[in-house]
Design a protein. Structure first.
Length: 422
């Protein structure tokens, strides 16, 4: 899975709100005595798992048919469906800009009183509720992801590194050691600009207070005043990357990692299946990105990959809720977690792969923080100024000039996108 922000404009969100006045679910009870539930997933990759789970659900609930879809243009389609009055009864959606736009339009019903919510860890519930104002839980968290450092265990052993770094200084020392042994420490794929966000989110998520974004949205602070150290830190691993990190794509770096050419990739668990497609026997694992020099203060940046929302104007509320309740069952969540190589927001559901054994304990004890860019305005694309900053570094611009210029660029583009608070 590539970590992307699906963007809906504020004007689009306003249009959604207006559309709600005359819209209702297109699902209903059919002439054969069965109730049809429309279920849409905003992710295409999880379709096969959902289809298997739907078969199990329909077998246990013979009077309910589920019509499933996972379009590639889900964000646009949801907007269109609202306008046409054909909005799906159940939506599997990420905790991202698309959900925020839907929530601004007051699309989903409050699920906070449903019994299955009790199985969801409160930290992940908060990740959803922090995306909007007011009370209620308008999407129930289901699947999560984890950012960190994917590393080649064999290359670490070859370099004589026997202990996983737990502080920033230890990480940089290991990078120096790997480089001295002729091993490229970090594989960087900044040809695909979205990959710039993983190290940024992990650094900022650990060193900038969660409350800061509210002050920025209210124009009472700036990135230039608060993010200088974070950006300097973001630039540091580039000194230990392959030479052509601006010309290397996501697919390129996966191939290089699978072939043992780079020791580490700063990204998420979702990248590992792409690597194992190329080398099923890769001796790899993940560990928490040690952003600070206080090991106990470091957190995994983790987000809501899938949450379930029920349309608040559905005509088949009971059947829709039955489907969500079934998907939220432990056995269903375990199937999804293993097949989709994800983590789970549901208590007691664990990812058992050895390829994430180093980071799984942190997820299980919920030592997590949300992605900072989930709180940025939907029209603001942080990857653009970050990509320019990396390009500046590749061309030899001094760190001080680069940081100053980049933070000014970030503030300017953020201000343009921050239309709600002008």
């Amino acid at each position: 899975m590539k970590f992307t922000k699906l963007l809906l404009s504020v004007a689009g969100a306003t249009a959604l709100t207006l559309a709600l006045a005359g819209c209702g679910s297109s699902s209903s009870s059919s002439g054969n005595g069965k109730t049809t539930v429309q279920f849409l997933s905003t992710k295409t990759e999880n379709a096969s798992t959902y289809k298997e789970l739907i078969k199990e659900f329909e077998k246990k609930n013979p009077k309910i048919d589920v019509e499933f879809s996972s379009p590639t243009n889900a964000a646009t389609l949801l907007k269109t469906d609202l306008t046409k009055g054909t909005f799906p009864d159940v939506v599997g959606i990420g905790g991202d800009a698309t959900f925020v736009a839907m929530q601004d339009a007051k699309v989903f019903k409050d699920l906070s009183k449903e019994s299955y919510v009790k199985t969801v860890d409160p930290t992940y519930q908060k990740m959803i509720t922090s995306l909007y104002s007011g009370k209620g839980l308008y999407a129930v968290p289901y699947a999560t992801n984890a950012s960190g450092i994917i590393y080649n265990k064999s290359l670490f052993k070859k370099a004589g590194i026997t202990k996983i770094p737990t502080t920033w200084d230890e990480l940089m020392a290991d990078a120096k050691t790997l480089k001295s042994k002729g091993i490229t420490p970090f594989g960087v794929a900044f040809k695909d600009s979205w990959t710039t966000l993983s190290p940024w989110n992990q650094i900022v998520g650990n060193v900038i207070p969660d409350s800061w974004i509210k002050t920025r949205l209210n124009n009472k602070s700036t990135f230039a005043a608060t993010h200088k150290a974070a950006l300097n830190q973001w630039l540091e691993p580039l000194k230990y990357a392959q030479k052509d990190y601006m010309g290397t794509s996501y697919n390129d770096i996966n191939r290089d990692f699978a072939n043992g050419k780079v020791a580490m990739i700063i990204n998420g668990n979702y990248e590992i299946p792409e690597i194992t497609k190329l080398n099923k026997d890769i001796d790899a694992d993940m560990f928490m990105f040690p952003v600070t020099n206080s090991a106990s203060d470091n957190h995994v940046v983790s987000g809501i990959d899938v949450a379930f929302g029920i349309y608040n104007k559905t005509k088949v509320s009971s059947a829709a809720n039955k489907l969500v309740a079934f998907l939220m069952q432990k056995s269903s969540a375990e199937k999804y977690t293993q097949e989709q190589f994800s983590f789970s927001a549901i208590d007691g559901v664990k990812q058992t792969s050895k390829l994430v054994a180093g980071i799984s304990p942190e997820i299980e004890k919920v030592n997590v923080k949300n992605y900072p860019d989930h709180y940025y305005p939907s029209a603001f694309d942080m990857s653009k100024p970050l990509t320019q900053s990396a390009l500046n570094a590749s061309k030899g611009m001094s760190a001080s000039q680069n940081v100053k210029q980049t933070l000014q660029n970030i503030d300017n583009t953020f201000n343009t996108a921050n239309v709600k608070n002008k």
